[in-house]
Design a protein around this ligand. Structure first.
Ligand SMILES: [Zn+2]
Ligand SMILES: [Zn+2]
Length: 322
């Protein structure tokens, strides 16, 4: 490598790092990648072999995820530019498309544009994942719906940003009930999750509110923030108690009313979640135990070439300088 190339790489590295952290973790990632925190991590990696290997691993994962999200961020606007068949269009045997009256869901235009941009990376991932599963897109502004073309049916799905991936398979009976598939003269294009159009409108309003939740959490802490927050909330406040579902409108989303607003933890999942937190924090707990048992000297005491957190043992460690 010439000196010039290595100089270019060295200049580009902080930019790439900041970009990758921000696309993965939003504002939190941007703050995390600032020199202040970066230098702190470099210092730790220089004195602790475990911190150093964690740093390498983390960087690898962040760059791979960032590349995937960048692919999504370019796929989503490309899809929006290509002509889309509106969901619920009737396509006759000879290929004629007859459009049902459009459902009008109109969030304020500026916010609508902003949230499309904010969720573009994860939306694009939903789009690409849907395509990989053999799905087709139809448009139901302000979102895009990925669904399996008939005779496969969908009984529900998940919002990924502003893309609804209708991945939950429906039964053949539901295909009759919901009118999907060949209705004699035409097929109805798109997933027929809702039986009636008024219900379809309510569902769209509900999902549109989920897009707001995606946009805000994505901005704050990246595309994993919403699913994680939703899942944790859903363990402590399951079903109709879930705060995100309540905010999106329970009846619009087809949820029964919540009996009350109190937590009703799903205990096996709560135990699993607690165990996960313990596993993640196990080294810090070990460090804390040493401090509690052997006093403040343990705050900075560490084994050679390890930081206090990555120093093994539950009983006092003799202070050592690396
Ligand atoms: Zn360490
Ligand atoms: Zn919902």
């Amino acid at each position: 490598m010439t000196r010039r190339t290595s100089r270019v790489i060295n200049r580009a590295r902080p930019v790439a790092r900041t970009l990758a952290c921000t696309i993965c973790f939003g504002i939190a990632g941007l703050v995390w990648s600032t020199p202040r925190f970066h230098v702190h991590r470099l210092r730790k990696a220089a004195t602790c072999t475990t911190c150093a290997s964690h740093r390498r691993m983390r960087a690898g994962v962040i760059y791979v995820v960032a590349l995937l999200l960048l692919a999504g961020a370019s796929a989503r606007p490309l899809e929006a530019l290509s002509p889309e068949i509106p969901c619920g269009s009737r396509i006759t045997r000879d290929g004629e498309i007859e459009q049902e009256p459009r459902l009008r869901i109109s969030p304020p235009p500026v916010w609508n544009a902003a949230r499309h941009v904010l969720v573009a990376p994860i939306s694009g991932v939903g789009l690409l994942a849907g395509r990989a599963l053999g799905m087709e897109p139809c448009s139901r502004p302000p979102m895009l719906v990925m669904f399996w073309p008939p005779p496969r049916t969908s009984a529900g799905g998940t919002m990924l940003g502003d893309v609804f991936v209708a991945w939950m398979p429906g039964s053949p009976a539901s295909s009759q009930a919901y009118g999907i598939g060949n209705e004699g003269t035409y097929i109805r294009y798109g997933p027929n999750i809702a039986q009636r159009r008024i219900k379809e409108r309510q569902l769209s309003v509900h999902e549109s509110r989920h897009v707001n939740q995606w946009a805000v959490t994505n901005f704050l802490a990246g595309p994993a923030a919403f699913p994680v927050a939703y899942a944790v909330d859903g363990v402590l406040f399951p079903g109709s108690r879930n705060h995100f579902e309540r905010a999106a409108g329970l009846s619009d989303g087809g949820y029964p009313p919540a009996p009350d607003n109190w937590p009703a933890p799903l205990w096996p999942q709560t135990a699993a979640l607690a165990l996960l937190v313990l596993i993640i924090l196990r080294r810090r707990i070990r460090w804390l135990a040493r401090i509690v048992v052997a006093g403040r000297s343990q705050l900075k005491a560490h084994a050679p070439r390890h930081c206090p957190v990555h120093t093994r043992g539950w009983s006092a460690v003799r202070a050592s300088r690396h």
